[in-house]
Design a protein around this ligand. Structure first.
Ligand SMILES: [Zn+2]
Ligand SMILES: [Zn+2]
Length: 602
């Protein structure tokens, strides 16, 4: 009975703690207390975990079928108040098949399962996932070959400006919409501060006199984008940004009520968003990419070779059909294969849209097989080699920033950037909901900044954010086009003000070159900006405010500031290289603490 309870707890905790972001912290703590008692004896709990998992894996067909385990987990979830009873009884059945198949059918090493629960120290000598490499083609010419030489390293000070980032008079404009998370069950007047992971919904009761009610245009708490706000935002783009020609739409369409979802709700959300974008932005061509919330259950993207009940062909077919609204027929093959594609934008500008969920650490299917699902990264490298040969330039769009992916996925992505950084002239991601960026350096010395990935602010207010979007200026209208990002402008809406005056308007938040005093938007200048932040605290606070779309009060100094700087410098997942090199700032007695903390962050 003890082992059943233990494993059902494990089942429940894994589901709850990984699926409901707002509950993560408290349940991590609860999980810790339950498994560890009051002492920190990780190795003891780790050993118990491994023994218990091995035991269950040995008897997985009898008597603990997935339905029995699911029922027991629902009981444990409710009993230990891991979430509200409604959510316990909804979310565990959603995940039961995947969790059972991945965790308990004997195919995943107990080291990996328990390592996920108790941290890397529980993995022992095993690695979470074995290393793998894609094959990179040789550079075409000496010109490409000698790109990153030690004697070419640009130091933080005295960087040569690159002509490639020259600001042009009449740039191409591209808007990035990311993490729309549209909640069609948002209800004005409902409880805005509820005890569930997503509030402001018709399932929440009406707010009382002394309670916060969901406002008309949206609420910067644990609430998603309501229809009124979404439509207003799109209409505003159509009316006020007539020079915008294309949209990079970087995923996460459904709301955060992950416990309510099924295949049909996901298909419906994608269909609704596609139709709405088409309606409001009829003259703009939209290039979509796949978010982690489009899967069912959330973060579930099985290897494409899986069939039957385990397959997500229902999602890939939906994408092929709906994305076909804007994409040519020849993109269908790879969308059906793995949710990624390439197509020409205009002139010699090519777009590559990646399915970053094939590197998503929360995608448990990768625990069975993580090596380049659908051959996507190899395809990415091969497509770039062809583009290089054809003299094309490439923009890359994806949902999860590469540093948020599994170690070897992110390592191979970083290798690809190093090999093709002259061909790739723009990288655009979302997922974090924050306004940030990630720098990429040469892999020989890790000192020369060679590329930058822009991570745009979310449309959704989840959580505790204002809504926003970003417009990039691209060198694409002149004769000698580089297709580099030469500037960007970010827009946001102050929801408190909008609800007060009963009028929602998105306003210009800042212009990147002006706000950060960047002569040109080269990776070298963005890298230099990190060091300027060290010297110029006022400038850094500007970045900090923008990171939270003007929603967070207070300032960030000391180790808080260094945490952000280290994160922006880290284009690769944790554990491969320490990008935290900002040593010449005020040291504190807990220097090592913040260093290891930020190193592990991303
Ligand atoms: Zn999101
Ligand atoms: Zn996401």
């Amino acid at each position: 009975m003890k082992s059943i309870l233990f494993l059902t707890s494990l089942f429940g905790f894994v589901v709850i703690s990984n699926s409901l972001p707002s509950y993560k912290l408290q349940h991590k703590q609860l999980q810790y207390n339950l498994f560890h008692g009051t002492n920190n004896d990780i190795s003891k709990s780790c050993s118990i975990c491994k023994t218990a998992v091995s035991f269950l894996q040995g008897f997985w067909t009898f008597p603990f079928g997935e339905d029995i385990l699911s029922k027991l987990s629902e009981f444990v979830c409710e009993k230990f108040h891991l979430s509200s009873p409604r959510i316990c009884h909804a979310i565990i059945p959603e995940f039961k098949h995947m969790v059972w198949k991945v965790f308990f059918d004997g195919s995943v090493d107990p080291n990996i399962i328990c390592g996920q629960m108790f941290g890397e120290s529980c993995v022992g000598s095993h690695s979470f996932f074995s290393s793998w490499n894609i094959t990179l083609s040789q550079p075409l010419s000496k010109d490409n070959d000698d790109d990153i030489q030690v004697n070419d390293i640009q130091q933080v000070n005295g960087i040569q400006e690159e002509d490639a980032f020259q600001v042009t008079d009449n740039p191409l404009r591209i808007v990035q919409l990311t993490d729309t998370h549209i909640d069609r069950e948002y209800l004005a007047g409902s409880l805005a501060e509820c005890d569930e992971p997503l509030c402001c919904r018709k399932h929440n009761r009406k707010a009382g006199n002394n309670e916060t009610a969901a406002p008309k245009f949206g609420y910067a708490g644990y609430c998603d984008t309501n229809i009124l706000m979404f439509h207003t935002l799109l209409q505003g783009i159509q009316d006020n940004h007539k020079d915008v020609k294309y949209v990079y739409w970087t995923g996460d369409i459904p709301a955060h009520d992950v416990w309510n979802q099924n295949k049909n709700t996901q298909i419906d959300a994608i269909s609704y968003a596609t139709a709405t974008l088409k309606k409001y932005l009829p003259d703009k061509r939209i290039f979509p990419t796949l978010g982690n919330h489009e899967g069912f259950p959330v973060d579930s993207f099985p290897h494409p070779s899986m069939t039957g009940e385990d397959s997500d062909i229902w999602l890939r077919s939906t994408l092929a059909e709906k994305w076909g609204t804007w994409l040519p027929k020849d993109t269908e093959e790879t969308i059906l294969r793995g949710g990624f594609y390439t197509t020409m934008v205009e002139g010699n500008l090519r777009l590559i849209s990646l399915n970053m969920n094939y590197g998503n650490p929360s995608n448990w299917w990768l625990w069975i097989k993580s090596e380049d699902p659908a051959g996507q990264l190899q395809w990415f490298a091969d497509t770039l080699a062809k583009a290089e040969e054809a003299g094309e330039k490439v923009h890359v769009i994806g949902h999860l920033p590469p540093c948020h992916t599994l170690k070897w996925f992110s390592f191979n992505y970083y290798r690809i950037i190093n090999r093709f950084y002259k061909t790739i002239t723009g990288q655009f991601f979302g997922h974090t909901h924050h306004d940030e960026f990630r720098l990429f350096y040469d892999m020989e010395t890790f000192t020369k900044p060679i590329s930058i990935a822009y991570v745009a602010p979310s449309v959704t207010t989840y959580h505790e954010l204002n809504p926003g979007y970003r417009i990039y200026s691209i060198d694409g209208q002149q004769g000698n086009k580089t297709w580099h990002v030469v500037d960007h402008d970010t827009y946001y809406a102050d929801l408190v003000e909008a609800n007060k005056i009963d009028k929602l308007e998105f306003q210009h938040e800042y212009n990147a070159r002006k706000a950060y005093e960047l002569k040109k938007m080269s990776p070298a200048n963005w890298n230099r900006l990190l060091y300027r932040f060290l010297e110029d605290d006022e400038l850094f606070q500007l970045f900090y405010k923008s990171y939270y779309k003007q929603k967070k009060n207070g300032i960030c100094v000391g180790k808080c500031k260094q945490d952000y700087l280290c994160t922006m410098a880290s284009g690769m997942a944790k554990g491969l290289y320490n990008f935290c090199k900002f040593d010449n700032v005020q040291e504190t007695h807990d220097h090592l603490t913040w260093r290891s903390k930020t190193y592990n962050k991303c």
